[in-house]
Design a protein around this ligand. Structure first.
Ligand SMILES: O=c1ccn([C@@H]2O[C@H](COP(=O)(O)OP(=O)(O)O[C@H]3O[C@H](CO)[C@@H](O)[C@H](O)[C@H]3O)[C@@H](O)[C@H]2O)c(=O)[nH]1
Ligand SMILES: [Mn+2]
Length: 748
């Protein structure tokens, strides 16, 4: 990249490539800072209150309740402190790609791009969807000879290879079609879905028929489970599929590399060169660990290094397609700016197509994907989100200074190495096969100092974190036209399992020698360290206060014990301020960012639901892994759309689906809070409302949040209702808790 940047510096471009401004108006930011100051005072006052109550406890019960609430509030306060770092200086950026034009006149002025698309299971990630993703980037508005798309298939599936053989043929028509008609949606599926009138135009109609034919063939092959002769054209394709022998399984097979398009040879129907398209399924063996997605990405870095070695790398999950063919020129606005040195990556937010109106599962993750990343952008740069990210290849080889460069074990893998041989030359292919071998990384620095890092299954978070701690910076690019759209789980269990995997991966970082609160603060400063701590430490530990606050005050309420200050007590004001302040500020930011009240409500509900399921179960798994009882895996999220589920999702109905212990704590909380609210009302009628007001308020709030649970337990009869088994179990759990608490009261 340096040479391109140097050329930009020499050209002394008069107009800026990009600009930045405050994310919210100055008034909002100042308000946030002032509010933070007042809120911190309130937190310290609360700690004083807790200490005083602890000292004044007279029985073991009151001591137990006080200390539990104190611990909960310490964790909540820690979490609040970590989130403040996002509010120090959130920024918004704009790019001016038109100002780059004088720099990019001929083909050689454009830096090359290697795109990595990862897929792992053809039955959870339909090959036709992966094809659509690949087509959307193959068709970028960029010199075709500068683009190479690599598909990493961890599923080792002949059906996926077949799909890409078809895609290569289709691309020869699709690319010129997009160019000629200035198509903006270059993912064919999205294009045909949004252009209902396409039948009017014969050319479009022809394309659509071609697309449907390809889709049918791909789906047929997937259904049959193998590529039968009728689908194979010519000797070359035969040779490729012959690799799928009897002993070939997704977990144990040799490397398959298939060059499907080569830009120096293949031309589209208009006679223009095509991008490179390469299928890769790295070697797998039952005896060596493949390190999940990070392992796949590192293999891709090496294979692409040998074949094309582009200075820019785009990583995409198989479902994240490009929604804007101009995205790369936005990225160049940063990567070609001579003033921005040390940039490791430009991260785009994860956005999802087809989220229902009030976003019942909080899929948008507005804080995680947008607000917090804009906050980090005002510091050293956003954390890495795993997909939709343009990397500078050099940053996978040690820190930004030349002294911290980590040289790879082969000169051909050096980020500055110029590839002179053709992709399909014997030497190149031999080397590519070698670096894709499953034992290749033994005794090398891959995964620790080179490439994506292996410490945790949250390779995205951890790799970005390591890059920042090495001294790299990053950019958050969030243009008005969404750059990438992805798929998301449409039932509750999948959503929760996904969050569980994330939290588990984050816990592994949080409680390792790389813990952001120590190592992070030391290497990248307090604020960035706190930003990273929020995910790795606050998130998982929030399960403790969320669980305690869902059960303890309610159990006390049932037994007529007051645990919060009564309404006429001055301390009541403090509680009210802390509670309303935190929720109010959250709501305000959501609304200012163009969200709706309903979306915010669902987002905060999902926060508690995740706290009572994903966070708890991830912590349990983490503990059992730490004691060597279990190991971890990467459970790929299914991207297959089930018609029934999809209908329920569109109607905004919670889908519980298959029974899972993950639902137990939340269902038990729903039952217990309902009982507590009723008993609370009854006790208030007896005159105790002043003492019990806050507990009743809390129980009422939980009950309001649990509406979908009550419906799913009692009122619904569809396939997405809460399995009766779970309802019974949680009723039992709630009763058990009540009896244990009463017994505890009796004994102490
Ligand atoms: O052994 C594996 C497992 C997964 N994947 C791929 O990894 C991607 C992400 O997997 P998915 O099941 O979709 O996980 P998500 O939770 O949706 O992904 C988020 O979280 C992951 C980390 O947990 C990041 O890697 C992703 O980029 C980020 O989008 C997919 O393309 C998979 O094909 C592999 O290539 N090899
Ligand atoms: Mn995904």
């Amino acid at each position: 990249m340096e040479e391109y940047r140097a050329r930009a510096a020499a050209a002394a471009m008069p107009l800026p490539f990009h600009s930045k401004s405050h994310y919210f108006s100055r008034r909002v930011t100042t308000f946030n800072h002032l509010f933070a100051a007042v809120y911190s005072v309130a937190i310290f006052t609360l700690f004083y209150y807790h200490l005083a109550s602890l000292l004044n406890t007279t029985s073991f019960t009151s001591f137990f309740i006080s200390i539990s609430l104190f611990i909960s509030d310490i964790i909540l306060a820690f979490s609040w402190i970590t989130t403040q770092s996002y509010r120090i200086n959130p920024i918004r950026r704009r790019e001016f790609p038109e100002n780059l034009k004088p720099l990019l006149k001929k083909e050689s002025d454009f830096p090359a791009l290697d795109v990595f698309i990862c897929t792992a299971d053809p039955y959870k990630e339909p090959p036709i969807d992966v094809v659509n993703t690949a087509l959307s980037v193959l068709a970028y508005n960029y010199p075709a000879r500068k683009i190479s798309v690599y598909i990493s298939d961890d599923g080792g599936s002949a059906a996926t290879l077949f799909a890409f053989m078809e895609a290569a043929k289709f691309a020869a028509e699709w690319l010129p079609f997009c160019r000629k008609n200035d198509v903006v949606e270059r993912n064919p599926h999205a294009f045909f879905a949004s252009n209902k009138d396409c039948y009017n135009n014969s050319e479009k109609e022809k394309m659509k028929i071609m697309y449907e034919k390809m889709k049918m063939r791909v789906e047929k092959v997937l259904e049959k489970g193998k590529v039968e002769d009728e689908f194979i054209n010519g000797e070359e394709e035969h040779v490729a599929f012959d690799k799928w022998t009897e002993s070939f399984t997704s977990k144990n097979h040799p490397t398959v590399i298939q060059v499907l398009l080569e830009s120096s040879k293949n031309r589209d129907i208009s006679g223009e060169s095509m991008p490179n398209l390469i299928y890769l399924s790295r070697q797998k063996s039952l005896t060596s660990h493949h390190k999940f997605k990070a392992g796949a990405l590192n293999t891709l870095i090496r294979v692409s290094g040998i074949m094309t070695n582009a200075p820019i790398i785009l990583t995409l999950d198989c479902d994240m397609y490009s929604n804007d063919p101009e995205t790369l020129s936005r990225v160049l606005c940063y990567l070609l700016d001579p003033k921005l040195v040390d940039i490791s990556y430009v991260q785009f937010p994860q956005c999802f197509h087809g989220i229902n109106k009030s976003d019942i599962y909080g899929t948008e993750y507005k804080r995680l994907f947008i607000l917090n990343k804009s906050g980090m952008d005002g510091l050293l740069g956003p954390a890495h989100l795993g997909t939709g990210c343009f990397f500078v290849r050099r940053s996978f080889f040690g820190g930004p200074s030349s002294t911290s460069f980590e040289s790879p074990e082969l000169p051909e893998l050096d980020p500055n190495h110029v590839v002179e041989r053709a992709i399909q030359s014997r030497e190149v292919l031999e080397l590519a096969y070698m670096v894709a071998g499953c034992d290749y990384e033994n005794n090398t620095k891959w995964g620790s100092k080179l490439g994506f890092r292996y410490e945790a299954p949250a390779e995205d978070y951890f790799t970005g974190y390591c890059l920042h701690s090495e001294g790299w910076k990053s950019i958050f690019c969030n243009p008005n036209r969404i750059a990438f759209y992805g798929n998301f789980p449409i039932n509750l269990l999948d959503t929760l399992n996904q969050a569980k995997r994330w939290i588990f991966g984050l816990l592994m970082v949080g409680f390792s020698k790389y813990s952001p609160i120590i190592y992070g603060v030391k290497t990248m400063g307090l604020l960035m360290g706190l930003c990273y701590s929020y995910n790795a430490l606050s998130w998982p530990s929030l399960s403790i206060p969320l669980t305690l606050y869902s059960f303890l005050p309610q159990l006390a309420l049932i037994n007529g014990i007051s645990v919060f200050p009564k309404v006429s007590d001055p301390w009541f004001v403090l509680y009210a301020f802390l509670l309303l302040g935190a929720y109010g500020q959250d709501l305000l930011e959501f609304m200012l960012d163009g969200s709706t009240l309903q979306k915010w409500w669902n987002d905060q509900r999902m926060w508690s639901i995740r706290g009572l399921s994903s966070y708890i179960f991830a912590s349990i798994e983490f503990c059992s892994k730490s004691f060597g009882i279990s190991t971890f895996g990467f459970n790929v999220t299914s991207k297959v759309i089930d018609e029934e589920q999809s209908k329920r999702y569109d109607q905004e109905v919670f889908d519980f689906g298959t029974p899972s212990p993950m639902f137990l704590p939340m269902a038990a909380a729903a039952i217990l809070n309902f009982a507590a609210a009723l008993i609370g009302i009854w006790r208030s009628l007896g005159g105790a409302w002043e003492q019990l007001f806050l507990q009743m308020f809390l129980a009422g709030f939980v009950v309001l949040n649990c509406r979908p649970l009550y419906e799913a337990m009692l009122l619904r009869n569809d396939g997405g209702k809460l399995p009766p088994k779970i309802t019974l179990f949680s009723l039992f759990l709630a009763l058990l808790l009540c009896s244990l608490f009463s017994a505890f009261l009796y004994v102490f």
